[in-house]
Design a protein around this ligand. Structure first.
Ligand code: S3P
Ligand code: PEP
Length: 446
């Protein structure tokens, strides 16, 4: 952790103006490294998120046999080993803060003849892994975990693994992806039944690399995803779009800061990820989507956000998966809106890098927002045009190793009367290196 990131003050100032782009999509970056490592030959990836979470995936894929280099032009070159040919890692795989790296890699290894130990930081070591060890155990993998099914965890994959049909008990793209990735090297068809759709980057990219994968959608919206195992993946040239979960921060900042107009270019607009933008528009946000196009099998657009008078809404529970990582910054928008915003069906927020419902409720209350914390959501009464409060001196908010909590309160700070302090901004490097500099550039923008 860098001292420079300690106790940073975020305070109101000039309107936010300018055009920015955000780093590459974290979910797509992880998957591009994993699938490239399983294709025989060289894949090239541009626009990769060079954040700590994705670098943890890159280090793990190297330890499992892939060769991965970044050239000065920013392109990542991955020489894969082929499905079924990952090797025994020499040391424990350090997943840092990254749930996606951990759960997806456990899937990959479940159908390889290797034994691997996964370790992580204090936040990751509290997160539940039973959601992946259960289906991967059905496929034949064996696990030894810390109490509660947590890290540190040692697993042994099985070859040949047993293909399964698995109905997701929780709406989680990580669990879906872990089973599909395990299925890549299991003989026959592995099937995941997804009653509530979640982000579909794995499905898109697996098909792009040449896996035989089909998706059927039933009348009630349930998706049935089938993958044929013992696949031959072909190397690809990929471009990773900007991360909508990162674009959320400058966009909400512009919407709630008087006089602001910010354009974010090259934002991923996969419909399984754009719930936040739809909900902000429903609140009356002046948020325009322009230049819609497709890049590397994913929809992309430029977004223009102007300061807006927002009105509270009820967020339907079924929208949650398409904005699951955006709730912390959405709650900040709700705190600045007129009237009441109600959310529900958000139990999953309690098992992210922190308990995001509890931390957001506590932090917003510290800056004078009326918040009711429910089991599965927050009810927030917005302050309308009034700045958020905070007492006589700027309050300190503890980020608790959660990048999205740190960034959300940093944006809230721009709309307080006297600013607020984040105890540690270093977790931001997991998903959005450059966040602090980008926000500073917008403050000085013309
Ligand atoms: O599959 C992915 O890349 C992700 C899925 C989501 O997690 P869950 O599957 O736990 O909801 C999300 O919160 C995470 O940031 C990235
Ligand atoms: C939940 C997140 O990531 P992960 O699960 O990969 O740690 C996130 O980035 O908000």
């Amino acid at each position: 952790m860098t001292d420079i990131a300690r106790n940073m003050l975020f305070e109101p100032g000039a309107p936010l103006r300018g055009t920015v782009s955000v780093p590459g999509d974290k979910s797509i970056s992880h998957r591009s490294l994993m699938l490239s490592a399983l294709a025989v030959g060289e894949s090239r990836v541009s626009g990769l998120l060079e954040g700590e979470d994705v670098l943890a995936t890159a280090a793990a894929m190297r330890a499992l046999g892939a060769s991965i280099e970044r050239t000065d032009d920013g392109i990542w070159h991955i020489h894969g080993v082929g499905v079924g040919s990952l090797v025994q890692p020499g040391t424990a795989l350090d997943m840092g803060n990254s749930g996606t790296s951990t759960r997806l890699l456990m899937g990959l290894l479940a159908s390889h003849a290797v034994t691997a130990t996964f370790v992580g930081d204090a936040s990751l070591s509290k997160r539940p892994m039973g959601r992946v060890t259960t289906p991967l155990g059905l496929m034949g993998a064996a696990f030894m975990t810390a109490p509660g099914g947590r890290l540190p965890l040692t697993m042994r994959g099985l070859v040949p693994a047993v293909p399964i049909e698995y109905r997701l008990p929780v709406a989680s793209a990580q669990v879906k992806s872990a089973v599909l990735l395990a299925g890549l090297n299991a003989p026959g068809i592995t099937r995941v039944i997804e009653p509530i759709p979640t982000r579909d980057h794995s499905e898109r990219m697996l098909k792009g690399f040449g896996a035989e994968l089909t998706v059927e959608t039933e009348a009630d919206g349930t998706r049935i995803i089938s993958i044929r195992g013992e696949a031959d993946l072909k190397p690809q040239t990929l471009t990773v779009p900007g991360d909508p979960s990162s674009a959320a921060f400058p966009i909400v900042a512009a919407l709630i800061t008087p006089g602001s107009e910010v354009t974010v270019t090259n934002v991923g607009m996969n419909p399984t990820r754009t719930g936040l933008f739809r909900m902000l528009q429903a609140m009356g946000a002046d948020l325009t989507i322009t230049n819609a196009r497709e890049v590397g099998g994913e929809p992309v657009a430029d977004l223009v956000a102007r300061h807006s008078v927002l009105t509270g809404i009820d967020v339907p529970a079924d929208v949650a998966p398409s904005m699951i990582d955006e709730f912390p910054i959405f709650f900040v928008a709700a705190a600045c809106a007129q009237g009441v915003t109600r959310t529900s069906g958000l139990d999953e927020l309690r098992v992210k890098e922190s308990d995001r419902l509890a931390l957001m409720a506590r932090g917003l209350a510290r800056i004078g927002v009326s918040v009711e914390e429910l089991e599965d959501g927050l009810v927030i009464t917005g302050r309308g045009g009034d700045p958020l409060g905070g007492g006589n001196s700027p309050p300190t908010i503890a980020a608790e190793l959660d990048h999205r909590i740190a960034m959300s309160f940093a944006i809230a700070g721009l709309n307080t009367r006297g600013g607020l302090i984040i105890d540690d901004m270093s977790p931001v490097a997991t998903s959005f290196p450059g966040f602090v500099d980008m926000m500073a550039s917008l403050k000085g923008g013309a």
